[in-house]
Design a protein around this ligand. Sequence first.
Ligand code: SF4
Length: 401
Amino acid sequence: MSTESFVEPTPTPLALLLLGRGADPDSERGVECPGDLPAASDPGLVDRARAAKAALGDRVFVLGHHYQRDEVIQFADVTGDSFKLARDAAARPDAEFVVFCGVHFMAESADILTGPDQAVILPDLAAGCSMADMAAIGQVEDAWDVLADAGITDVTIPITYMNSTAAIKAFTGRNRGAVCTSSNAQRALEWAFEQGEKVFFLPDQHLGRNTAVLELGLSLDDCVLYDPHKPQGGLTADELRAAKVILWKGHCSVHGRFALESVVDVRERIPGVNVLVHPECKHEVVTAADYVGSTEFIIKTLDAAPAGSAWAIGTELNLVKRLALAHPDKQVVFLDKTVCFCATMNRIDLPHLVWALENLVEGNVVNRIEVDPDVAHWAKVALDRMLALPGVGATPAHAQD
Ligand code: SF4
């Protein structure tokens, strides 16, 4: 076995894909915290977070997504992927405040699944998700009109990945569709093909393509890419009518960065290495990998791996670093050579967590995420359709990003 150990990848100018830099201004959310945000250099931050959490006791429930920084994860009551966390929050109806250390769409899902008396709080409102922001509801409704003009909406079932806004989930709910996660996307697509002839998959083209081709046995030619920035999505009516899967042109800025060359390179550097990637990676990366699966699958695969085995992991860097630390008997390396943090996840840092918790102690509910009731109703319809898929509702945790 190679002796190469976990090495922090090289930072690049692209490492932090900051919101607002060439982004759609409509997706920019508030970046200012009313009141004083503690300085990141404050040496008392850990003690302040501990004291605020203790003062709130069972009134607060802190959720930490797997991609969060260690400084935040240490204060999480539970960790997990976004859907597991939303369900964990729903299982704690006694918690008055649910502090979601994750990104905006995750907090929306938690609000949809928790009771009306529970306040879901996102410590930094700028913690969005570049993938979710690639499918704005107006764009998706325009696309549906294009599909209607092609005469195919009656036979098309929309499926949206969990990593989408509540408005997009509601769109799928209203139009006979369902939500999916990366661990049940295959079942969701099979179900959709039982309801209709075509699938309109939002917003992650890679998860949609990888599932359609690798799990359902469709061909790449069965899939077309709808680009919301081109007239008619860049497709003719005949192309839409011939397609089996219409993929939205969205992707994850983190997983989309892994390249085939990285797989080739790591196999040369570490003979016998197992390449394990997330299905949000590009098709050529996924087909070159040994294992593909959700965040929870990645964690379980590492847990079950024999001592001495070598793994190159293609997912978010905070998680890979923690996996490397948790498995000192295995060789765990990051698939890419450059930094691949989720920049928006990283917006939730200790100063923002302290700020949110201390405000709650003082009786100020800050950064509450509240989904419009009609949107929440239809989004829940789409979520419930996912839960009704065979085998899905019985499983305690479902993974996505
Ligand atoms: S890792 Fe990708 S999909 Fe997940 S929150 Fe970050 S940008 Fe969104």
